[in-house]
Design a protein around this ligand. Sequence first.
Ligand SMILES: Cc1ncc(COP(=O)(O)O)c(C=O)c1O
Length: 453
Amino acid sequence: MDKSIIKTAIPGPKSKAALQKQIQWESDAISYPKRLPIALDKAYGSYVQDIDGNIFIDFLLGAGSLPLGHSHPELVDEVYKQAKKLTLGLDFPTPIKEAFTEAHINMLPENLRNSYKLHFCGPTGADAVEAAIKLAKISTGHQEIISFRGGYHGCTNGALSVTGNRQMKKNFLGLMPGVHFFPFGSESHSQTSWVMNSQQLDAGMFLESALRDANSGLGNIAAIILELVQGEGGLYVAEKSFVSKVYRLSREFNIPLIIDEIQTGCGRTGTWYAFEQYDIEPDIFITSKGTSGIGLPSSLMFYKKELKNWMAGNHIGTFRGNQLAFSAGVNAIKIIKEERILDNVVKMSQIIVDKLNTLKIKFPFLGEIRGKGLMLGVEILDPECKDADEKGAKKIQELTLQNGLIIEVGGRNDTVIRLLPPLNVGIETVNESLLILEKVFTCYENLINEKSC
Ligand SMILES: Cc1ncc(COP(=O)(O)O)c(C=O)c1O
């Protein structure tokens, strides 16, 4: 599987039947297949095959949780070997868990390797967010949390409380109280005019004034939680001056800073963690999507040793000792180091961004190109009024699928098309995906000019 091949209309007949059964049997909250109507059969590397035999380039990539692509053969071998030995170990020490822990600690910048302890969370990213909030509350004795507009932290009660998306929250009155949302200081020049950017507002100053003003309405703050690249929020990259200000304020006011690296972690932005590019030392950081390299869940919280009062049983869960994820993860890190895959992230990112910039000159509905490393997005605009265009992004996603490339949409009102290639993606696949995008943009332009394509 090393080229996309489309043999049927999408969805093909078998996928159509499978999707109908799914709707009958499964919850109405099904999400991805509603926008990407295919049923999956198998996958390898950057490619996935549906049950009708169509092969797609997969730049959705298990929502970014397959850094070395699908079913990397060395990782699969390790998982098989481990499966015969031990699969679940709760939080007992095991040789493979020890190797995994050591490998992850050794991926931290050298000066930080002794600063942090590691907590194994339940398998999801949201569970790590819950753990981080609890640890911050326990160690400060405070209850309120500062979060940022556009932030996404997951669907459990606490994680949803610190998430910006109003649509996702609107039916739940009992979310965690005491959460304050501040503008996110991004380097963006987005066309979405109501998303504040640093040209319109100094977000760091805004936060500073609230922290200093005795009448700002803030109580005692337990934590500030921040993404450095807002993935679900629309690929907004935090501006360095904003992050420095937030960091300095968190030091001055003794507020633990939680950096959510669930999506940015494990190499996605070109460094092992995005925070390495910001010259900060988070008090807590969390990661999960990329930890095993092969999509087996294992979510981690790193916290500074000075954070106190985290006691036995403070945050537990049955599925915290996934030995299969650990065995794959140890080897994923080895491969990422040996094959210098972080260099590949930077190189492929630049190639994609350069090409998208060229396409942007040609196609007026392409707006800002945003993101870092292999976590990229393009805002889709209404060609006439130049506002971000949800219908346009959806149509482009549909055409892209029909042409053999799976991409996600995200951002405010789903107006950004998102690319999440594997970190080890090759130049042939990148070029193939860019050709598909160019073809789709041409087709979309014809559609909006009312010619068919
Ligand atoms: C930044 C961030 N935090 C938290 C989460 C939640 O992770 P999960 O879906 O594994 O609960 C996500 C998921 O996309 C995320 O992108």
